[in-house]
Design a protein around this ligand. Structure first.
Ligand code: 0A1
Ligand code: ZN
Length: 876
């Protein structure tokens, strides 16, 4: 590293000094020598106060500049300055044509940003700052341009050549090559540019918008995956219809394309008219894809499609505004999935992710507001906070305004800012203007990091028939923000009488949203004849930690009676957490572990209730994860958490064996797989029961699991059986079926990824050696992010007992991989650092070991900006 990377600040934002009206690109694709010719129609920005004549373009140091001209005048080296980050041209006129020719090498591009070639397919990834790896440009989202793109390549190897917009011309060229020109009529920032070329096949369908536009729908993949695209296509059509119905948003081009690629840093990318997807988020078939995989495809296809309005038509002014498009779009896609499936299940899943991963991020060295004030590398800010907490903030606006006013607000936002690059402030303002609500204090959610804590207490005065709820809010300090201003927090509540019936609240309904503004506030309810049990934060109406002194009896009562489905589940979680935490303390003090029957009794009631949604039963029965219990701990005691959780699972299995068997059998196998909510629910309950039954250690249940593995007609059931057998420590049986599984699926990379991940997350002792051996397996490839995630990330993030081994071997292993990946793929390397960033949460011995590895990464030299930012902030 020659110079320490520096942070950039939101406060330094300036409008661009120049604009690009037209961008004409010509790509001559050639393995290690691709030519990119750019013709940019540029002018000074009348809105800029800079009045500079010096044009500063961004361009990666790997770009080989062959030629640059302004208005046909070829520039000499004294007319411009080439530096590591770009090109500076002095004395440009008011309006001009800038032409450049650069040479790039897509085969050497292992970072998978810009233009790269993998598996013989050329593909681009330009968000956030990848376009500058393709050519010199004003690579910032507030510079929007009309793109025309010509691609020329060998016809046999690259029969399909795609870019944004519509194809307008094509033809043959010399030497067996061909070319095509695409034009995108919608001005867009460079991060939404895309190019794909390869031997791809497609499935086609068609959609007619409510306004009568016929849209061709094309999904491209490798020939062998063509049979795995139907679900994505159906999801796309569902998303197009939903966006019309719920947001009044129609599609705006005649063609919408999705391409599946196997090498991709993230899940998918919303490039205008040409979405590029990680195969893991688009391919789906019953044989190879689990229910979770199907749900991911549906959600991600919708997410990327929804970006066409929330992101593309209205985009971000600068990258600090990232949550403007991501938070809003995650909110949109989760509402879509909720509408198409079960809203309560979806809410439970989203909140579970938020409370484990996002809350942990908000409590760590990388904590940042959803509108960050600074960053070193923007790629590090595609975070749980920007996405998931961002979505929660939009959800709170929806809760405060109500569905109708929220829709008026979103209509106003889209119409007021169509074609513009705007800020989160513009979004909030549109919501205020449309609803007449004052969101001044609410804006604190955009500027402050950290998870607010609500301490709730209550009192009942029988004489005056008055019930009072007092809510105090606080928010812990986060890096750079010691003191927090009070938040405006919607707290949805209900009050239950002793029969479990909801009381009617002052708003005439059984749920009321209390609006918290002050650091402490008391809400009074009159005409109450007995002390009610409060159901607090219904539907998880705000991303906060809420404390109320519930007794275990209160919680079992709420589990059975709360009319809010989310809070019924939450009561079960709270009960389990309460019991687990007490046992963890017993374990730490060397006391014998004893589980009383209360949790089992409560589970028994749930299992016996045939009216309940089976998916919710499965969720209630699943104990809080080790990651969630860790998040709730002051000092994370990895071994105590694992041992106690396993102990409780085993005790429950012994107590409820008959009930688990009955439920397992009642969830009959389907003849034909279908990823609908009811079938998914059956499978998830069946597999939760099986996983408990295996805890009994009885041979019968091992045989049951093996039978399910061999006879399953879908990947959900066979993979669940594989996972359960391997993780239950039946080493021999596990090895046999792991082997069979691999033989059966070695040609299906996505299934092989699951095979890697089942092994990497295995909590049995000695797994690291096995993981290290798998790094040399033919199935592993360090250059493929999906493989890295399946093996290395699964080990480090989903195998706490092994990763946190007290000899430091897990930490050492991770640091070794980060040092290698720092050179190959900085984005992936940087994401892998996450478990080490949490070092302060562990005991002193582990803290020392983790810090040592962070230091070793620092000392390895030449850190990418990505890794440097995360490691240096962690050590600060
Ligand atoms: N905007 C995409 C996510 C994405 C971000 C960065 C990428 O490359 C570094 C790729 C995709 C989304 O929200 O889906
Ligand atoms: Zn997104």
């Amino acid at each position: 590293m020659t110079k320490q990377p520096e942070a950039i600040y939101l406060k330094d934002y300036q409008v661009p000094a120049f604009l690009i009206d037209h961008t004409e690109l010509r790509f001559e694709l050639e393995a290690s020598r691709t030519l990119v010719k750019a013709r940019l129609t540029m002018r000074c920005n009348p809105d800029s106060h800079q009045k500079t004549r010096v044009l500063e373009l961004q361009g990666d140091k790997a770009l080989r500049l062959c030629r640059v001209s302004v208005n046909d005048q070829v520039l000499n080296e004294q007319d411009y300055k080439r530096h590591d980050q770009g090109l500076e041209i002095s004395h440009v006129p008011d309006e001009f044509i800038l032409e450049t020719v650069v040479e790039i090498d897509p085969d050497q591009n292992t970072a998978l940003e810009g233009l790269y070639r993998s598996d013989g397919i050329y593909c681009t990834q330009c968000e956030a700052e990848g376009f500058r790896r393709i050519t010199f440009y004003l690579d910032r989202p507030d510079v929007m341009s009309i793109f025309s793109t010509t691609i020329e390549a060998d016809k046999t190897a690259y029969p399909v050549m795609l870019s944004n917009g519509n194809p307008v011309a094509q033809g043959e060229a010399d030497d067996g090559r061909h070319w095509i020109t695409w034009e995108d009529p919608h001005p867009k920032p460079a991060y939404l540019f895309a190019l794909v070329a390869g031997d791809l096949k497609r499935v086609e369908d068609q959609y007619t918008t409510s306004g009568g536009r016929d849209v061709a729908l094309h999904i491209y993949a490798a020939n062998k995956d063509l049979n795995k695209l139907d679900y994505a296509m159906q999801s796309l059509k569902n998303a197009m219809r939903w966006d019309e119905e719920v947001y009044g948003r129609e599609y705006d081009l005649d063609i919408f394309m999705i391409v599946a690629v196997d090498f991709f840093n993230m899940g998918a990318m919303e490039n205008k008219g040409l979405n590029v997807f990680n195969t893991s988020c688009v391919l789906a078939s019953p044989d190879t894809t689990t229910d979770l995989g199907f749900q991911r495809v549906e959600g991600v296809v919708a997410h990327e499609y929804f970006h066409n309005w929330s992101g593309n038509r209205v985009t971000c002014r600068d990258w600090f505004q990232l949550s403007l498009k991501e938070g809003f779009t995650v909110f949109r896609d989760s509402e879509f999935s909720a509408d198409l499936n079960s809203p309560t299940v979806k809410r439970v899943e989203d909140v579970t992710v938020l409370r484990t991963a996002q809350f942990a991020e908000d409590a760590g060295p990388m904590a940042h507001p959803i509108l960050p004030a600074s960053f070193i590398e923007i790629a590090n800010f595609y975070t749980m906070t920007i996405y998931e907490k961002g979505a929660e903030v939009v959800r709170m606006i929806h809760t405060l305004l109500g569905a109708d006013a929220f829709r008026q607000g979103s209509d106003l936002y889209f119409s007021r800012h169509d074609g513009q690059a705007v800020t989160t402030e513009d979004f909030v303002k549109a919501m205020e203007d449309a609803s007449g609500r004052d969101l001044t204090q609410f804006r604190n959610w955009y500027h402050q990091a950290g998870t607010p804590v609500l301490a709730v207490s209550d009192e009942f005065d029988a004489a005056s028939q008055t019930y009072r709820l007092t809510v105090a809010q606080s928010c812990p300090a986060t890096p750079g923000q010691a003191i927090k201003a009070a938040y405006h927090i919607p707290v949805a509540i209900g009050l239950l009488d002793s029969e479990g019936e909801d009381l009617v609240l002052p708003n005439g309904k059984t749920t009321q949203v209390l609006e918290l503004h002050d650091s402490e506030q008391t809400f009074e309810f009159t005409g109450i004849t007995e002390k009610p049990v409060p159901s607090l934060l219904r539907g998880f109406s705000a991303p906060v930690k809420l404390h109320y002194p519930y007794t275990r009896d209160n919680l079992t009562f709420l589990m059975s009676h709360d009319s809010d489905g989310f809070n019924r589940w939450e009561a079960a979680q709270k009960l389990a957490v309460n019991i687990l935490q007490a046992l963890i303390e017993d374990f730490q003090h060397g006391r014998e572990l004893v589980l009383d029957s209360q949790l089992g009794d409560a589970f028994k009631v749930v299992l016996a209730n045939v009216d309940l949604d089976k998916a919710m039963v499965a969720k209630v029965l699943s104990l809080p994860s080790e990651a969630y219990i860790s998040e709730l701990s002051d000092v994370i005691d990895v071994d105590a958490i694992h041992t106690v959780r396993q102990f409780v699972r085993q005790q429950l299995a012994l107590q409820l064996e008959a009930e688990f068997v009955a439920s397992y059998q009642a969830c009959t196998l389907e003849d034909i797989y279908s990823p609908d909510a009811a079938s998914i629910a059956r499978r998830s309950l069946r597999n939760v029961c099986l996983s408990y039954l295996m805890e009994t250690g009885k041979q019968d249940f091992l045989e049951l699991a093996l039978k399910q593995f061999h006879e399953a007609n879908n990947m959900t059931d066979s993979q669940a059986a594989l996972y359960i057998v391997v993780h239950s420590g039946y080493q021999k049986a596990g090895e046999v079926i792991l082997d069979q599984f691999y033989q059966r699926w070695s040609d299906e990379p996505l299934v092989v990824n699951q095979w890697l991940s089942v092994q990497a997350s295995n909590p049995q002792a000695g797994v690291l050696t096995h993981v290290e051996a798998l790094m040399n397996h033919e199935a592993f490839n360090m250059r493929n992010p999906n493989k890295v995630r399946s093996l290395i990330a699964s080990f480090c993030a989903q195998n706490p007992v092994n990763f946190h081994a007290i000899d430091g071997s897990g930490y050492r292993f991770l640091a070794d991989q980060i040092i290698v990946l720092n050179k190959l793929n900085p984005q992936i390397a940087s994401r892998l650092v996450t478990p080490l960033t949490r070092w302060k949460r562990y005991s002193a011995d582990r803290q020392g070991l983790m810090r040592k590895e962070l230091q070793r990464i620092t000392d390895s030299g030449d850190l990418s900006r990505d890794v440097f930012e995360v490691v240096s902030k962690s050590l600060a």
